[in-house]
Design a protein around this ligand. Structure first.
Ligand code: GLY
Ligand code: MN
Ligand code: MN
Length: 482
């Protein structure tokens, strides 16, 4: 059965005519829909390899990967739909995914038979197309046909009406649990146990498979970064409007959002547009403050492509066009930390070492500036870490379909993991002197700087995918002048 839509039509304000005469009229007289010849997606063969790899990890296990349904925002209004990342990864279907679709892997010898269950378009002989605001073609647009989806994705595609757990071997089964609470509940009830270990393992394996990107994924990430670069340019173009407006940060956010919607599906996460001391609030997404001359404006933003791959870039811009002496000292320190981290990226290095390299610079700087109550060595020791007062977040996270990608990967594969060609992650050190921080001189208070680049591990070292976006203080000032 179809995953019920979150937004059911509301009886109390429906004005849809119910007369048989109306139904008879609206259900007839339509020409056959245009059906352009569908073509297989270029990356479909690579996606099929992912399913094969997953198969090999779960011999004999029934695998269920739901796309998830729409989520209610309020009453009959939904949040924008985004399929679950595991579903997108295993189908290659992105922003156009029909909500409620489900991938099923049924054990077959050493491998699996894969099927995709999708809600087909409703025929014009139904009531749905005109009377269902949540799903109807006249309300939300036409869904793709099963045959088209099957050809695009190279998957055996079935009608969601034929979906049932009844005939499946569920004793040995696993589901991506956070993709569908309803299906997970039903599956666990049928399995007769609340034990989630098989489900957790499925999420873990898919997360770990995603740690190394293929050429298609890298190309998508490069495009996401290029779109984000254009979005930052739009922000700079909008700065004169933002300055002096009581909600200048919203103008910055809006400029980037327009670019993300124009070029891609959406922003990959809530844009952080943080001017002045808001830059010291790591996930400042309220963005309702002014952008004032003399401020640093920290923007952390990423375009998410229709494939759902996202960039994650931060640049910190002096609103007046030039950094003050103190702002520049801080900025240069952050660049030095980022460069030190970048230096150690190559196959064979350990992920955690990237953070350590950045932290060594951050610690040395705040120590040299006289902010630490202990020696540099004492601060760097695990039992010290005083310098973390000024940079409490990590330096790097994997990047891909999710901004914080591969989040279910085990520690030994992630933080303690060995870098391999094809991995993509951020390097994003920062320094944040809170406006009420008495450990630093008054003129340092309220300064927040972060520099975030997106890095690809290559066969021999690393490539900064966002190197084309001005990043040093002088480059930034020249960019603002231009
Ligand atoms: N934009 C969130 C982060 O940088 O991790
Ligand atoms: Mn990040
Ligand atoms: Mn970021």
């Amino acid at each position: 059965m179809a995953e019920p839509s979150s937004s059911e039509p509301r009886e109390n304000r429906s004005t849809t005519p119910i007369s048989e005469a109306f139904r008879g009229f609206i259900q007839t007289g339509w020409s056959a829909p245009d059906s352009p010849t569908p073509h297989p997606l270029e990356h479909a063969p690579r996606v099929a390899q992912r399913r094969e790899k997953l198969s090999a990890e779960f011999p004999g296990v029934t695998l269920i990967i739901p796309a998830g349904s729409t989520r209610v925002r309020s009453n009959d209004t939904d949040y924008p739909y985004r399929p679950h990342t595991a579903f997108a990864y295993l189908t290659g279907w992105g922003s156009g995914t029909t909500p409620g679709s489900i991938v099923l892997g049924t054990p077959h010898g050493d491998a699996h038979q894969w099927q995709l269950f999708v809600l087909p378009p409703a025929p014009r002989t139904s009531d749905e197309f005109y009377a269902n605001p949540a799903l109807g073609e006249f309300w939300t647009g036409r869904r793709p046909g099963l045959q088209d989806v099957g050809i695009w994705l190279g998957l055996d595609t079935r009608d969601l009406a034929d979906w049932s757990l009844t005939d499946l071997d569920l004793e040995s089964s696993a589901i991506i649990a956070d993709a569908s609470e309803r299906l997970t509940r039903e599956l666990r009830d049928r399995r007769g146990t609340e034990d989630s270990s098989a489900d957790d393992r499925l999420a873990e394996v898919i997360s770990e498979m995603r740690l190394v990107k293929d050429d298609y994924e890298i190309a998508e990430l490069q495009e996401a970064v290029a779109g984000t670069h254009r979005g930052f340019q739009d922000i700079i173009d909008a700065l004169p409007t933002a300055i002096g407006h009581p909600r200048g940060e919203r103008i910055v956010e809006g400029a980037f959002h327009a670019r993300a919607r124009l070029e891609g599906n959406d922003v990959g996460y809530g844009t952080i547009a943080a001017s002045g001391s808001h830059a010291c609030i790591l996930h400042w997404v309220t963005n309702d403050g002014p952008v004032s001359p003399g401020d640093l404006l920290l923007v952390d933003a990423g375009v998410e492509r229709d494939s759902l791959y996202t960039a994650d870039i931060t640049r910190t811009l002096p609103v007046s066009g030039t950094f003050t002496q103190t702002q520049r000292l801080v900025y240069d320190a952050v660049v030095e930390a980022a460069d030190a981290a970048f230096q150690i990226v190559k196959p064979g290095a350990i992920f955690r070492e990237i953070h350590q390299a950045a932290m060594a610079v951050i610690a040395a700087k705040v120590s040299a500036w006289g902010f630490l109550p202990v020696s540099l060595d004492e601060a760097l020791a695990p039992e010290g870490q005083h310098h973390r007062r000024y940079m409490i977040h990590g330096t790097s996270h994997h990047l891909g379909l999710d901004v914080h990608d591969c989040a279910q990967a085990r520690r030994e594969m992630y933080l303690e993991g060995v870098l391999e060609p094809g991995m993509v992650f951020t390097i994003e050190p920062g320094l944040y002197f809170q406006p009420d921080d008495e450990s630093v001189p008054p003129e340092w208070r309220g300064i927040g700087v972060r520099l975030e680049d997106n890095i690809l591990v290559t066969e021999t070292g690393a490539l900064n995918l966002s190197a084309a976006i001005p990043r040093t203080a002088s480059e930034i000032e020249a960019w603002l002048r231009a």
